[in-house]
Write a protein that binds this ligand. Structure first.
Ligand code: MV4
Length: 449
């Protein structure tokens, strides 16, 4: 097992990794920018190294600085968390070249899944259902238009290097196809330095359902159930839950086994997520994420497995500690992301937290690195924590979450907690009957919270 892990991240996930390492008897190194000297991860890690100025480019994305910190502190592995370096294959490769273990899958698989056209081709060949569309890249607007006509409108033009919704173009009528195609192409070139695009049938009202998977170095692979992430705004998830209110146990097991089989055939090592669109009772592969995700606690609460500890064990060469025969899915879980933002217009609200009181009680988990007197720096993502509740049923989770939000005190900055309280009161949320577009539509006539 590793003796020392360097954490190449910040905020709540850096603290989450410190906690897992502490319980495993592994020493930790927190690297941080000058803006994060007083962070909780720096305080609770065994050692810390300042790796540069506030801007992420100069610190959390600075590969030479991170590798130097790992060398100087004698770390034997690096955990990238989510965001930042987590899906950067150059980083993963250099980490390994310098003799450290990368806590994540191989650089080759990161590259394969980062290219959406190759990812789709690969998982389709391994048996996952995909959205009908072009077989790979579409070279010209003329060919695209012919294909779109044969598929039927509406179609969606996507960037091969995209993801997260950037550079997508919906086309509802053939007259608008060529212009949209050229826009998609130039946006792809400008955003990703790659103008490769492909076409899919546009699904009008899907849900976002993702499967947590895990593989080890011994050829074992398993799925840990799904998370429903349909409550989102501008491709940012706000609420995640499991199990999905719309799936039966049979559907879960069917798509879960397909996902696990795919992961086994890929020889995938570590934690990963296979994202699907779900519409009309069918799943359609969307993307595979090769990292631990923000919403991983939903799966932890339902399965009782520490996913970060499992990532570390698997990276150290140990076999998965969870097997299908001893895996049980227990109850329901809902997570809300807490952002330092105005809950009405979503403008960032960094600054000093004056008073802080965390919620508690049965089935309540608060994953955050904030404390009273902490100043949220303005340079990074606005997510400051996650409130996670577990209960026997979805209804119990909703009541428990409403109660937990009521008792949470965060003053001095604005947070999105009042927005969450409002969402939890909406009949559509309570019934579980909504799509990925529900929140954005609903926000248009939401009263100020
Ligand atoms: C789609 C789609 C509908 N049909 N593909 C958005 C992010 C990117 N990873 C894929 N996305 C979508 N792909 C087809 N063929 C709708 C979306 C989409 C979406 C997906 C998941 C969660 C939120 C979303 C919001 C808008 C659009």
């Amino acid at each position: 097992m590793f003796k020392k892990v360097l954490i190449a991240n910040r905020g709540e996930i850096a603290l989450r990794i410190v906690r897992a390492c502490r319980e495993m008897g592994i020493r930790t190194v927190a690297v941080h920018s000058t803006a994060d000297s007083s962070s909780m991860a720096v305080r609770l890690a065994d050692e810390s190294v300042c790796i540069g100025p506030p801007r992420a480019k100069d610190s959390y994305l600075n590969i030479p600085s991170i590798l130097t910190a790992a060398t100087l502190t004698g770390a034997d592995a690096i955990h990238p968390g989510y965001g930042f370096m987590s899906e950067n294959s150059d980083f993963a490769r250099k980490v390994e070249e310098h003799g450290f273990a990368f806590i994540g899958p191989s650089p080759e698989i990161i590259d394969k899944m980062g290219d959406k056209v190759e990812a789709k081709r690969t998982v389709r060949a391994l048996g996952l259902p995909v959205v009908p569309g072009s077989e790979g890249e579409v070279p010209t607007a003329e060919e695209g238009l012919e294909l779109a006509k044969s598929m039927g409108f509406p179609v969606l033009i996507k960037a091969a290097s995209g993801g997260g919704g950037k550079g997508m173009q919906i086309v509802r009528h053939p007259d608008y196809f060529k212009e949209a195609f050229n826009t998609a192409r130039s946006e792809a070139a400008a955003n990703f330095g790659d103008d490769t695009v492909y076409i899919e049938k546009f699904l009008e009202a899907p849900r976002h359902i993702e499967i947590q998977i895990f593989g080890d170095q011994h050829g074992n692979a398993i799925h840990l159930g799904e998370r429903d992430c349909s409550i989102q705004r501008r491709h940012q998830k706000l609420i995640e839950e499991g199990p999905s209110p719309v799936l039966t146990d049979e559907q879960r097991e069917e798509i879960g086994s397909l996902a696990a089989d795919t992961v086994r055939k890929l020889g995938y090592v570590g934690a990963g997520t296979i994202e699907f669109l779900y519409e009309g009772g069918q799943f359609y592969f969307m993307e595979m994420n090769t990292r631990i995700q923000v919403e991983h606690p939903v799966t932890e609460m339902i399965t009782g497995i520490d996913l970060v500890a499992e990532q570390i064990r698997v990276a150290a060469g140990q076999p998965l500690t969870v097997q299908k025969q001893n895996l049980r899915f227990r109850g329901h879980c809902i997570e809300v992301r807490i952002n330092a933002e105005d809950p009405n217009d979503f403008t960032p609200s960094p600054g000093r937290i004056d008073q802080f009181h965390a919620p508690g009680g049965l089935g309540v988990r608060f994953d955050s690195a904030i404390y009273g007197g902490y100043t949220i720096p303005p340079y990074y993502d606005s997510m400051i924590g996650k409130l996670i509740v577990h209960g026997r049923t979805r209804d119990e989770c909703i009541s428990r979450l409403q109660r937990a939000i009521r008792e949470t005190v965060i003053t001095g900055i604005k947070t999105t907690l009042p927005l969450h309280q409002w969402i939890l009161e909406q009949p559509e949320f309570i019934s579980g009957d909504y799509t990925i577009h529900w929140l954005e539509k609903k926000l248009k006539d939401k009263p100020k919270v």
